[in-house]
Design a protein around this ligand. Sequence first.
Ligand code: NAG
Ligand code: NAG
Ligand code: NAG
Length: 257
Amino acid sequence: MEKNNMNAIRLNTAGLWMVFAIIMSFISHFEVADASDPSPLQDFCVAVDDPYSAVIVNGRFCKNPKDVKIEDLVYKGFNIPGDTNNTQGAEATLVDVNRFSALNTLGVSMARIDFGPFGLNTIHSHPRSSEIFAVLEGTLYVGIVTTDYKLYDTVLRKGDMIVFPQGLIHFQLNLGKTNAFAIASFGSQNPGRINVVDGLFGTMPRILDDVLTKAFQVDDTLIERLRSQFSRQNLSINTTGRSILQLFAQTTNDCTN
Ligand SMILES: *[C@@H]1O[C@H](CO)[C@@H](O)[C@H](O)[C@H]1NC(C)=O
Ligand SMILES: *[C@@H]1O[C@H](CO)[C@@H](O)[C@H](O)[C@H]1NC(C)=O
Ligand SMILES: *[C@@H]1O[C@H](CO)[C@@H](O)[C@H](O)[C@H]1NC(C)=O
């Protein structure tokens, strides 16, 4: 990985490619994870926030199985389109264990992805699961980036399916003037999602300019511009007080105390 990163830093000048290079080094840490969630040890383990039964298997606390009703095992609303009125013109609605408690310990989840005209499901990866993705309406340009920075891309039409391997960066762009729609399945109750641009420019607190200006080989005004375009966070929150020197001083104090 290290060698690949160095090559990428030398070869690439455009900012977008640097985004890939940096995120790839994050992604490599996740590749050691299991290919899917552990096998369930019981029929179901409907998640509860209140651990009154105090049983935890390999996910969240379980509702006492004696109290589980059919309603606990049913999720409604998957037919409702996501709101695509946003900067990307697309919305991925992930029905994972956080939305559907019955998925707890079962190792599966699903998503619906709605695209407005020319909408983009932005460049992202799922650290804990592979994905199988089916186009039900529309025509999408899709791409996958491998750990050696090779791009696999193609155009998918209604009825086509593709796989996005665990941890690899991928995206889908609607090529049509009309809405598009896809569904995706995952081998995890909680596949997770890291958007590449948010992972760099939308973190809280911010990744310090010292890091980003060096990584991208640009000055801090461009970094600030990228932040303002891509951050989902409240940019007006003042984090200018943070600096490497300050952090350095703090850790030095920790050592001497
Ligand atoms: C889309 O969102 C913007 C602001 O977020 C709002 O002004 C506009 O009315 C919305 N358009 C539709 C069609 O909902
Ligand atoms: C962003 O933070 C500022 C200052 O804390 C606050 O006044 C503003 O309402 C926040 N905006 C949003 C959209 O949360
Ligand atoms: C932001 O924080 C820094 C350091 O704490 C301070 O010097 C500066 O005045 C603050 N800026 C704003 C706009 O509040």
